[in-house]
Design a protein. Structure first.
Lengths: 112, 111
């Protein structure tokens, strides 16, 4: 089982560039989440989705956008990248919002 | 969201039990207590969760105080692979199931 797959694993962006972080899960989970983790800190929730076509903001949504057109995929879009968005991004999924989130291995993003 | 308080760091010796405390004095009656851990350079992984009663699984035990204002994650025999950041989280009781992470406890295991 692949679980939650995130691509790319690493990326360097220049200020003002845009990119999409991909997240896919093969567990038929309806709930999906995007978190960011700055060095030495805990995870902060960016956006989440409780099903296809439904998304909502988390704690730190500014500078990001998401879409959820299928159950499997939950891409995170960065528009006009800024150095403050340098972080490790984690995608997660769960069934019905229940316990036992499954996390991906993360995308390490550097904005220079 | 109700908050949790954990020590920043703890140390343990290999093959000894470890008790990781968590205070959550503002917990509501329907909040579940969740524990996750994050190994170096990895995403968090689920450890255990509970509501009122003590819970055991293959990874750990969770002891919940009778008033539910605190809990303790117990690793029965720490190994070097247990060195990680351990997060105690009160699960959001709305239907979104959001997990709001705090700073966690960094556990060091000495050989």
């Amino acid at each position: 089982n692949a679980g939650v797959t995130q691509t790319p694993k690493f990326r360097i962006l220049k200020i003002g560039q845009s990119m999409t972080l991909q997240c896919a899960q093969d567990m038929n989970h309806n709930y999906m989440y995007w978190y960011r983790q700055d060095p030495g800190m805990g995870l902060k929730l960016i956006y989440y989705s409780v099903g296809a076509g439904i998304t909502d903001k988390g704690e730190v949504p500014n500078g990001y956008n998401v879409s959820r057109s299928t159950t499997e995929d939950f891409p995170l879009r960065l528009e006009l990248a800024a150095p403050s968005q340098t972080s490790v991004y984690f995608c997660a999924s769960s069934h019905g919002g229940g316990p036992g989130y499954t996390f991906g291995s993360g995308t390490r993003l550097t904005v220079v | 969201d109700a908050k949790t308080t954990q020590p920043n760091s703890m140390e343990s010796n290999e093959e000894e039990p470890v008790h990781l405390p968590c205070n959550h004095s503002t917990i509501s009656g329907t909040d579940y207590i969740h524990w996750y851990r994050q190994l170096p350079s990895q995403g968090p992984e689920y450890v255990i969760h509970g509501l009122t009663s003590n819970v055991n699984n293959r990874m750990a035990s969770l002891a919940i105080a009778e008033d539910r204002k605190s809990s303790t994650l117990i690793l029965h025999r720490a190994t070097l692979r247990d060195a990680a950041v351990y997060y105690c989280i009160l699960r959001d009781t709305s239907n979104t199931g959001k997990l709001i992470f705090g700073q966690g406890t960094t556990l060091q295991v000495k050989p």
